[in-house]
Design a protein around this ligand. Structure first.
Ligand SMILES: [Zn+2]
Ligand SMILES: [Zn+2]
Length: 159
């Protein structure tokens, strides 16, 4: 089964109209296997215009097939929910690499429980840990730029 037909099946199961654009967007996200922003997706799908990609993302998210996490740049990244956890709103922490922008889901870890003022209504939460991914961290050490690394370390120590 190709990712395309799989995407159409998932759309059917979720009860939303399996338009070509939605299937393409969902297939591209499943293919990537990591969170992608709207601009990154639009670049992967030149056959769709950006507004169509955006509308498809909104519909897919509303149907519980995707979850979105906001990076430090304010851009949402979208990742497909596994079929076994349909409707999972992404209640897990994420790691963002400040160098290459890659975002990783950490679904095996639980979100901290945060008490909110009584009477409040929580509609979502996100927990983002950021730094350097293993690839960028290794590159950084190899390039032997100690000054740069020292700046980074002191910058993060201040937080
Ligand atoms: Zn990286
Ligand atoms: Zn996630």
């Amino acid at each position: 089964m190709t990712k395309g037909t799989q995407a159409v099946d998932l759309l059917d199961d979720a009860g939303i109209r399996p338009t070509k654009a939605r299937a393409l967007v969902l297939a591209a996200i499943m293919e990537a296997g990591r969170p992608l922003s709207h601009p990154a997706l639009a670049a992967l799908l030149p056959e769709l215009d950006r507004v169509t990609v955006f509308r498809s993302l909104k519909a897919l998210k509303a149907s519980g097939l995707l979850h979105g996490i906001q990076g430090l740049d304010g851009l949402l990244r979208y990742v497909a929910n596994p079929a076994s956890r349909k409707g999972c709103p992404g209640k897990h922490p994420h790691f963002l690499c400040l160098e290459c922008g890659a975002m990783t889901c950490l679904p095996e870890q639980r979100m901290p429980h945060v008490r909110v003022p009584e009477g409040s209504e929580v509609v979502g939460k996100q927990f983002l840990v950021y730094g350097l991914c293993p690839l960028c961290s290794a590159k950084n050490q190899k390039s032997g730029n100690p000054a740069d690394l020292a700046t980074r370390k002191s910058a993060s120590a201040e937080k």
